[in-house]
Design a protein around this ligand. Structure first.
Ligand code: ADE
Length: 226
């Protein structure tokens, strides 16, 4: 899988791309993450990428031309399954969306900045708009890093324990049950006996019951959706 991220502040993506699961996936040859600096496509000597909003409202907007040039350049090189704009106006990102995107081959993630992007980009290039939550970030970079992380970790071989991505919270519409590791007792606080019993059928039953209990207590909305 390849993810191209278009950004006006590519420095913001250095950490996630060079030090997270994204780097591990790239090192294993399972994913390619390429960050593109929008300023390379900027206008004139000053590489201008933003301008004032038409109509008098305060704030700056990413201009149509640099974004269009960058997307066109990428599209000349390969076909993209989706051209995604990261925006609080988009569809709320969730596990089913991460699962669906992990089956694609090539994605573009476009990060907004300032007040946003010229609407013509949304009309003519964007195939999907994603929000990571009902709050406004300064730019789409952190949101793009979150989407890339959630998608890339699902690719077979990226995380060492192959079953672990499938047992994540949300994969079955439930939160995860509590988990423990050694020692079996600390400060008098004991790991539940069933987990030490070696009875895998009982352990599975306990995990299922605890996942349901935790979901009922913390996220009853997840149960209503089913
Ligand atoms: N850009 C700014 N805020 C955002 C959000 N909540 N989700 C995705 N992209 C954004």
């Amino acid at each position: 899988m390849r993810i191209d991220i278009i950004s006006a502040v590519p420095e913001l993506l250095e950490g996630p791309v060079n030090h997270s699961i994204l780097k591990r996936a790239a090192d294993k040859g399972l994913a390619e993450i390429c960050v593109h600096d929008l300023r390379t496509y900027g206008r004139g000597q000053y590489r201008q990428i933003d301008d004032k909003i038409y109509g008098g409202n305060a704030g700056m907007v990413l201009m149509v031309e640099p974004v269009a040039k960058c997307i066109e350049d990428l599209k000349k090189q390969r076909e993209y399954d989706e051209v995604i704009y990261m925006t609080p106006d988009g569809k709320r990102f969730d596990q089913p969306e991460a699962n669906a995107l992990s089956l694609k081959s090539n994605l573009i993630l476009l990060c907004g900045h300032y007040k946003g992007i010229d609407e013509r980009i949304r009309t003519h290039y964007i195939t999907k708009e994603i929000s990571i939550g009902d709050y406004v970030l300064t730019g789409g970079e952190l949101a793009a890093a979150i989407v890339a992380d959630a998608v890339i970790r699902l690719l077979p071989g990226v995380i060492s324990d192959e079953t672990s991505a499938l047992t994540d919270s949300f994969q079955d519409g439930l939160l995860s049950p509590p988990i423990y590791t050694r020692p079996a007792e600390f400060n008098g606080w004991k790991v539940p006996d069933v987990l030490l019993s070696g009875n895998f059928a009982e352990i599975e039953k306990w995990n299922d019951a605890m996942a349901l209990k935790r979901t009922e207590e913390r996220r009853p909305d997840l149960l209503e959706d089913n």
